[in-house]
Design a protein around this ligand. Structure first.
Ligand SMILES: Cc1cc2nc3c(=O)[nH]c(=O)nc-3n(C[C@H](O)[C@H](O)[C@H](O)COP(=O)(O)OP(=O)(O)OC[C@H]3O[C@@H](n4cnc5c(N)ncnc54)[C@H](O)[C@@H]3O)c2cc1C
Length: 452
């Protein structure tokens, strides 16, 4: 009885919501008794849906914009920086997004994007001179985030080129070395790589490098292997870190790609960052001129200066990866319907979305402040390490929730979240694992080193 009453009530409200002039018009076009008979068969949910549709004039409900920058940090940028941010975003949306899944699947690098990147003029963005734009570290971070928001592999390629490789030359090279390499690298006419990790030495590179360098006159002879080296398969120059057998200190060398004794093998079958071409390098009696030794790299402390700068960039990349996953997942939940309504309307789904946004917002505010510290010239290893640990850890949580709210489609590449889930794993491990970066922070706050 109460069911019938509620149906009548709904039908009454429905009729009330109909304009009678419109009804007269309608009766010329449709069979009204038939419509009424169909209405009578509808249940409450269907009638409610119809009422909502009619009262909105058939228009779809207008939803809030999808925005991963919830605290509007973008508004803190000056006009010039904001314009560059939006330019990079438009580039990534237009040039990278449409091709990225295909290349990720093939595990190949889209070389055609290199000239397009050149036009953006964002390589070596913080450096002064050598054709570099001399912008802030904040700008550099925002660029890394915008890239990773669409694809973390492209952001990584760029991080290796602009951060690790150019950074090593810029921070530790002689004037002649800077003049020789930086303008071409800034224009992406010359590609760089950074070879620190070895097959048997990853976290322990500070004290344990096994690649050796022996000086004889004006020539160094290098022997050893380097693993995981991004861009190595096609780089023109690779910064190789090796232990000088005479003084036991780590030194940096600019290895040119055609040097005899140098060979590189692509690492196949990665489950993350598949677009990045990681190489296993072998150096067999590789002869490098003293003029190609990084003139201001005298110990691992100098290597660490480069890593400090780039770790801050990796934290921003993690933010981008989380932001891309969150925004794609949010969009999905608003269109995917189950039980007659968008899944975004379910409380448990909203719970996931809010957890994701909280993490994302915490990460963004953290890296924003980190860049401010860096721009003020006060960045310490532990500042960069804390952000690297926190952001890559939280990103894993965000991408996994993004996948979860998408159900089965969350594991399909075409829905643009699965790739972020996989790529977050690599970002989590490279440029210092969670443990190693935690130990750096731990040492800074306790005064005790717990590495060994
Ligand atoms: C996709 C990708 C790209 C990369 N690109 C580059 C590149 O361009 N150039 C380059 O030089 N390297 C690169 N790397 C290497 C990367 O920096 C290393 O993978 C990373 O430093 C970890 O070293 P590992 O893999 O040898 O792990 P390991 O050092 O073997 O560590 C294994 C585990 O042991 C833990 N562990 C180690 N020591 C301790 C300790 N003292 N206390 C507690 N736990 C510890 C680690 O945290 C980790 O969980 C890349 C790696 C990946 C995956």
């Amino acid at each position: 009885m109460s069911g019938t009453l509620s149906k009548l009530k709904n039908a009454y409200h429905l009729l009330k919501s109909i304009d009678f002039a419109m009804l007269a018009k309608l009766s010329e076009k449709v069979d009204l008794p038939k419509v009424m008979a169909s209405l009578a068969k509808m249940d409450d949910t269907q009638l409610n849906g119809l009422m909502k549709m009619l009262s909105s004039g058939g228009k779809k409900k207008e939803l809030p914009p999808i925005e991963g920058d919830f605290y509007d940090l973008g508004s803190k940028l000056n006009t010039e920086d904001r314009a560059l941010q939006l330019k990079v975003r438009a580039f990534m949306e237009k040039e990278i997004k449409p091709i990225v899944n295909e290349y990720w699947l093939k595990a190949e690098f889209p070389f055609e994007i290199i000239p397009k990147f050149r036009e953006l003029n964002i390589c070596g963005v913080t450096y002064d001179g050598y054709g570099c734009p001399n912008r802030s570290f904040l700008m550099e971070g925002i660029i890394a985030m915008e890239m990773a928001r669409i694809d973390a592999s492209v952001a990584t390629f760029f991080g290796v080129q602009s951060g690790l490789a150019m950074g090593a030359v810029y921070m530790l090279g002689s004037e002649a070395q800077k003049q020789e390499w930086l303008p071409g690298m800034q224009q992406l006419q010359l590609i760089g790589a950074f070879g620190l990790t070895e097959p048997e030495v990853g976290s322990g590179t500070a004290g344990g490098l096994t690649t050796t360098a022996k000086r004889t006159g004006d020539t160094w002879v290098l022997n050893g292997q380097k693993k995981w080296i991004g861009n190595a398969t096609f780089a023109d120059v690779i910064v190789i870190w090796a232990r000088d057998v005479d003084d036991n200190q780590v030194k940096g060398f600019l290895l040119r790609k055609d040097t005899p004794g140098f060979s590189v093998e692509k690492i196949h079958d990665k489950m993350a960052l598949r677009i990045v071409q990681n190489g296993l390098i072998t150096l067999t009696d590789c002869r490098i001129a003293e003029a190609d030794r990084l003139q201001n790299a005298n110990s691992f402390k100098d290597t660490a200066k480069v890593l400090r700068m780039t770790r801050a960039g990796v934290a921003w990349e993690a933010v981008g990866c989380a932001r891309g996953a969150y925004e794609n997942a949010l969009a999905y939940t608003r269109t995917r319907e189950q039980f007659g309504k968008p899944i975004a309307a379910f409380q448990l789904i909203q719970g996931h979305l809010v957890e994701m946004l909280s993490n994302l917002t915490a990460m963004q505010t953290m890296v924003y402040r980190l860049s401010e510290i860096q721009d003020a010239g006060n960045l310490k290893d532990e500042h960069a390490s804390l952000a690297k640990v926190f952001c890559t850890l939280r990103t894993r949580d965000v991408v996994s929730r993004a996948r979860e709210v998408m159900g089965g489609n969350g594991i399909l590449l075409e829905y643009n979240v699965a790739r972020f889930v996989a790529d977050a794993e690599a970002i989590y491990s490279y440029e210092g694992t969670k443990e190693i970066n935690s130990l750096i922070v731990g040492r800074a706050i306790t005064g005790f080193s717990a590495f060994v």
